[in-house]
Design a protein around this ligand. Structure first.
Ligand SMILES: NC(=O)c1ccc[n+]([C@@H]2O[C@H](COP(=O)([O-])OP(=O)(O)OC[C@H]3O[C@@H](n4cnc5c(N)ncnc54)[C@H](OP(=O)(O)O)[C@@H]3O)[C@@H](O)[C@H]2O)c1
Length: 247
């Protein structure tokens, strides 16, 4: 069967992105490319998804930190995708990142520079074609710096603003950019951590991302409560935040 669209997942083993890609396969008869630095695992995920939804799913090698390879990676794709889900990211230990600059740099390189490096050639192609949607997965962490995660938060704040600007740039061409701001979603990234403001189930996060694309939204939180929680967090005066230590 000929697919109706092609979805490229950057960070193809991301559990949130896989949950979203499932929705595209299920509801849009989309073929999927899982671009990952762990090809073996991505191939396994591809087999599972292809069997479940009767679509074509393949894995491609992709490393968000291999900036030099990004342009060629995208140029080689034929056909080009209709939707790109940029999901790769790392959540390094904040205390270790304070001590070891290499760890801080890995967070910024992976979450921010890696995204800029691969999304620029994709944006140029989408702009020229006047078609395509980039879905960037940022984080609520980027909305307010806290002592427990400010290096990760800084990378995500940068990503959120980058995606804002990219959306503004691409708008006249017809290409679209959606920013996703998840709160706590139980995936391997946050294994062993607990949710500060309640968790969003993985299935809900995937569904919300797909619905955002379907409805032509620009920026979403995942889960129904996060929008209100973050409005409150943003509104807290600095002198109050400074006295709260357990966030
Ligand atoms: N889960 C949450 O609570 C939460 C909250 C807010 C935002 N987010 C964001 O949501 C996105 C997806 O995270 P997730 O929760 O789905 O966690 P996840 O399952 O751990 O997915 C993150 C993925 O990023 C990939 N990755 C990391 N560095 C990479 C690199 N250099 N090249 C290629 N891939 C790389 C990892 O690949 P490997 O599988 O090879 O390690 C992993 O599959 C992330 O950007 C994260 O920051 C998550």
């Amino acid at each position: 069967m000929v697919a109706d669209m092609l979805v490229l997942v950057l960070g193809g083993n991301s559990e949130i992105a896989l949950a979203a890609a499932e929705k595209f396969a299920q509801h849009e008869n989309a073929d999927i490319i899982l671009a990952s630095r762990n090809l073996e695992k991505a191939e396994e995920q591809a087999r599972i998804m292809a069997k479940r939804h009767k679509v074509s799913v393949r894995a491609e090698p992709f490393d968000a930190l291999a900036f030099d390879t990004h342009r060629q990676f995208y140029e080689k794709l034929d056909p080009k995708p209709d939707v790109v889900i940029q999901a790769f990211g790392v959540l390094n230990n904040q205390k270790e990142a304070q001590k070891e600059f290499d760890i801080a740099r890995n967070t910024l390189d992976s979450n921010l520079l890696g995204a800029v490096s691969i999304l620029e050639p994709i944006a140029a192609d989408f702009e020229e074609r006047g078609h395509g949607t980039i879905i960037g997965i940022s984080s609520v962490a980027g909305e307010r710096g806290r002592h427990s995660s400010y290096i990760y938060a800084a990378s995500k704040a940068g990503l959120t603003v980058y995606l804002d600007g990219l959306r503004h740039r691409l708008w006249p061409s017809g290409a679209r950019v959606i920013t996703v701001l998840p709160g706590f979603v139980p995936t391997k990234m946050v294994a062993g951590r607990t949710a500060k403001f309640g968790a969003t189930p993985l299935e809900t996060a995937g569904r919300d991302i797909y619905k955002a694309w379907k409805k032509g939204r620009h920026k979403i939180y995942t889960g129904s409560k996060m929008r209100y929680i973050m409005a409150a967090v943003r509104a807290l005066p600095e002198f109050v935040i400074l006295r709260i230590r357990n966030i």
